[in-house]
Design a protein around this ligand. Structure first.
Ligand code: NI
Length: 194
């Protein structure tokens, strides 16, 4: 334990290999993390490695199954992101065994990508407001409401914990595009709309 009393590992973190769509772990519902495991050095190291991996690949979130770890854990962070410069920031958050409750049935469509489905973008409907109950990095209970882009990232990551990916949520598969073509043909139209 550090002087802050917070759980931590030894501070040496690694970039993990990202599982891509087609690897069975991406389609396997993850098992809950036993609460007593959260404080262990091994699990704390996993959390550090997930953050390191998310930063390396410029993700705004990363779920356990995406690093071959079939555990209900996800990390998320949005801060001055090059891909989402206009998006409100989301502080670094650890979600362990999260439960998501939809607070507003209305959905909003926005473009999403996924580190496990590289170089693709698709238009995905998400609920605009959700309640999240989870445990944090120090096994502390979290209970908060997330809206808009924050709610979108949480729904994307918690879908991964259920073996689901954004393609499963798309209403119109014809919006699916390779990133280079999306940047060339879709993005200019979005920027014109402002
Ligand atoms: Ni993803």
């Amino acid at each position: 334990m550090g002087s802050s009393g917070a759980f931590h590992s030894n501070g040496v973190s690694m970039i993990l290999k990202v599982a891509r769509l087609g690897h069975p772990v991406i389609r396997t519902p993850a098992r809950p993390v036993p609460v007593e495991e959260i404080a262990t050095h091994d699990f704390q190291k996993v959390l550090d490695d997930m953050v390191e991996t998310m930063h390396e690949y410029l993700g705004v979130g990363l779920a356990g199954p995406q690093v071959h770890l079939s555990l209900q854990v996800a990390v998320l962070e949005v801060q001055g992101h090059p891909r989402y410069p206009d998006m409100p920031s989301v502080p670094l958050t650890y979600l362990i065994n999260p439960k998501v409750t939809v607070l507003e049935d209305a959905t909003v469509e926005e473009w999403e990508g996924c580190l496990s489905i590289p170089e693709m973008r698709g238009l995905v409907p998400r609920f605009s407001k959700v309640r999240v109950q989870a445990l944090g990095r120090n096994a502390e209970p979290l209970d908060f409401v997330a809206a808009d882009f924050h709610a979108r990232v949480i729904q994307h990551e918690t879908d991964h914990l259920n073996g689901e990916v954004y393609l499963d949520r798309m209403r119109d598969m014809r919006t699916l595009a390779h990133l280079a073509e999306w940047q060339r043909y879709v993005l200019p139209a979005l920027e014109r709309k402002g």
